[in-house]
Design a protein around this ligand. Structure first.
Ligand SMILES: [Zn+2]
Length: 263
């Protein structure tokens, strides 16, 4: 079965909070039990070499790095990831080495009360072999990230000067923080105009029932919350937990919108 991925991105797409604002958001998410407290990670399971980096504080961070690992998949995974510090500082987040940053909290536990479930419906936990399993992520990027998924159609990426601002992270040269995504330059190198994704629109399909909406800015973002759930509830109305959305909107004083895909 595929995993269900859902993104929560700011309306208008341009918004990217400062490191200080992100560290404040993380503290609030932790305080309101959306992410695990570093002092309480004991009951969580961290399987796989990369997820084990989260064993100390509950989180890990992935950033785009030069590919000095060739095709060695394990070395690439570990070389682009690091344990998340227990206390996030703005200096750590704003470090130029982390211009493209994905913070990941993998949750795999039998105790469903450790943290709130990020989506509107959690799979039933009544069966004996059931356990809660999801990841919550924060994505930050200088340039726009655009997930490459069936059902998330691209937006127009041509600058007014005619240059195409879309790019790919070349996986021979780089280990990208955002796998299976393309990028859109935030500024045009040729004419220095800034790119505004919301001038275009794209069809975003609900992967559960195939319904769709044409959305300004499509799936472009410089900041996102992302949840990945496997298993997940097969429901076309599946969305982010309303209280989590309210927290994020309140924290930044702006509206967000959502889209999903299966991977
Ligand atoms: Zn241009």
């Amino acid at each position: 079965m595929a995993a269900y991925e859902r993104w929560l991105v700011p309306k208008g797409n341009v918004f990217r909070p400062s490191g200080a604002a992100v560290s404040k958001l993380v503290a609030r998410l932790r305080g309101e039990k959306w992410i695990v407290d570093p002092a309480a990670v004991g009951p969580l399971r961290f399987e796989g070499a990369r997820d084990q980096l989260a064993a100390a504080t509950g989180g890990l961070a992935v950033r785009t790095v030069d590919n000095t690992f060739g095709g060695d998949r394990r070395a690439r995974l570990l070389g682009s990831a690091e344990p998340l510090p227990a206390q996030l500082t703005s200096a750590w987040i704003d470090d130029s080495a982390r211009e493209e940053l994905r913070i990941v909290w993998p949750v795999d536990a039998e105790d469903t009360r450790l943290v709130h479930y990020p989506l509107s419906r959690a799979p039933s936990a009544h069966r004996r072999d059931d356990r809660v399993s999801f990841t919550l992520e924060i994505h930050l990027s200088h340039d726009y990230v655009y997930p490459a998924r069936d059902g998330l159609e691209p937006i127009p990426t041509e600058c007014a000067c005619g240059d195409d601002l879309s790019f790919a992270w070349d996986e021979d040269d780089l280990v990208p923080a955002f796998p299976a995504s393309t990028g859109i330059f935030a500024e045009c190198e040729a004419c220095a105009r800034t790119f505004d994704p919301a001038k275009g629109a794209a069809k975003l399909v609900n992967p559960i029932d195939g319904s769709f909406a044409t959305v300004r800015g499509g799936a472009a973002y410089r900041f996102a919350l992302k949840a990945v759930a496997d298993p997940y509830v097969h429901d076309a109305a599946l969305a982010f937990n309303l209280e989590l959305v309210a927290l994020v909107e309140d924290e930044f004083g702006r509206d967000f919108y959502q889209f999903a895909a299966l991977s």
